[in-house]
Design a protein. Structure first.
Length: 436
């Protein structure tokens, strides 16, 4: 299948890593279309080239529409959404321009398109009707949509329904989408199949990288640490985590100088008001916590913005006492799976919030934390630090079984099997069964 994504090879993020490995699984023999700044690139085998440059204003307005409007709506934070008709129109132009370039004679291949990322949600509408199209929708579909946002989401939903198959990361996202379609497209019939297929990872990749010892955090001077790996985005619960860390040391002063919280993070979507505000708030909070509790050269929080290579990151995962993944609401959170795969002889503890996309798979065997409840969050951190080795090993074994069972290759094979059924004319369950 031909891959179509907003982010390309080596970009930060779980989906980009997954697509990079899928490209390798396909022996790099298919086209991969992706965006770099204001250009559309195509990768085939080892060859990469830019094939189209978007108008700069259109590209910028597309970016603002995605992040100022769509992102908070899809994550059930509509109070943060800022709507602009011009930005919406340019979002549509961006998607149509990309699709037209996919259809250029020199790019056309006798393969289906696999489209990922909400930034490209309208692309299926502009592709050829005869071309098979598959969508993977990895972010949430909102539970509730405000009346003033319905028209914009109907535009996206209708475009998605031009695909043969839409794959959702969770049952919840699929069910929310079905309710939305039933409410807004009553009586219409679509020849689209909806499936649920949580994205997996290549466990062996992380295990092998973790097996090689790499010194990554010399600043900690050998102290044990609790880890988080995030973009600083208001959906990720970074502020709530910092408040819980503050409460943890306030209630447990005997842990001062004995444990460090490592926050590996990158700035997200700088230049946009809400994201800049959140970044500055989190930075200020972390600095104030360090100022309160710092002692004899020790700091409670080690904040690093430098990205790590997979080998370095696997080493950081492998040696963490606790991994905190506590989004308010988020799509994938593959860092939780990467942590489990990287852990070896002395496993740590995974702490998840129910807002994490991986909670439906891993929630039974992790520590469950509630980002907004500072007292219980801090208590669960303490519980994780005091957990017996026997319980840690048991939880890790069960978590590892879940992660290994849902591999990236088996996830991709599921879509290939569906493509074979579609191209051979075999029946799949259609969305028309709920929209008749």
């Amino acid at each position: 299948m031909q891959l179509v994504s907003y982010r390309g090879p080596t970009e930060q993020g779980g989906v980009s890593n997954a697509l990079t490995q899928i490209d390798q699984l396909q022996n790099q023999s298919s086209n991969w279309f992706y965006i770099v700044d204001d250009q559309l690139w195509i990768k085939r085998n080892e060859t990469k080239k830019a094939v189209y440059r978007f108008d700069k204003l259109i590209q910028q307005n597309h970016y603002r529409y995605c992040n100022n409007f769509l992102w908070p709506i899809f994550h059930d934070m509509p109070e943060l959404a800022k709507y602009s008709l011009v930005e919406r129109l340019h979002y549509k132009v961006f998607n149509s321009s990309l699709a037209l370039n996919l259809k250029r004679p020199e790019h056309v291949a006798n393969e289906a398109y696999f489209v990922n990322d909400y930034q490209l949600a309208l692309v299926p509408k502009f592709l050829s009707v005869s071309q098979n199209k598959y969508i993977f929708w990895h972010i949430p579909w909102p539970k509730n949509v405000l009346p003033q946002h319905e028209e914009a989401l109907c535009e996206i939903a209708e475009a998605l329904l031009q695909a043969d198959v839409i794959g959702f990361h969770l049952d919840e996202y699929k069910e929310n989408f079905e309710r939305f379609i039933n409410a807004h497209f009553s009586g219409q019939r679509f020849n689209t199949s909806l499936i649920v297929s949580p994205l997996g990872i290549d466990s062996r990749f992380w295990q092998d990288n973790a097996a090689e010892i790499v010194e990554v955090l010399p600043e900690l001077n050998g102290l044990p640490y609790i880890l988080s790996v995030d973009r600083v985005d208001y959906t990720k619960g970074v502020r709530e985590r910092l408040l819980a860390i503050d409460h943890f040391f306030k209630c447990n002063p005997d842990w001062i100088s004995k444990i460090v919280f490592v926050q590996q993070c990158q700035r997200s979507r700088d230049g946009l008001i809400e994201f800049d505000k959140y970044w500055n708030e989190c930075r200020s909070l972390y600095q104030s916590i360090n100022a309160i509790y710092a002692k004899d050269g020790w700091r409670p929080i080690f904040w690093t913005e430098s990205p790590n290579s997979p080998k370095e990151l696997a080493s950081v995962y492998a040696n963490a006492e606790i991994m905190l993944v506590n989004p308010i609401r988020d799509g994938l959170n593959l860092t939780a799976k990467e942590f489990i795969a990287s852990q070896q002889l002395h496993p740590g503890v995974l702490a998840l919030s129910k807002g994490a996309g991986v909670f439906s798979e891993l929630g039974n065997y992790c520590l469950s934390v509630k980002p907004a409840q500072v007292n219980s969050f801090a208590y669960n951190i303490l519980y994780g630090l005091q957990m017996s080795e026997q319980e840690k090993r048991k939880r890790h074994r069960l978590l590892k079984n879940c992660v290994v069972a849902n591999s990236l290759s088996s996830w991709w094979k599921k879509f290939l099997d569906i493509e074979n059924k579609v191209t051979s004319g075999k029946n799949l369950d259609k969305i028309e069964r709920i929209c008749g």
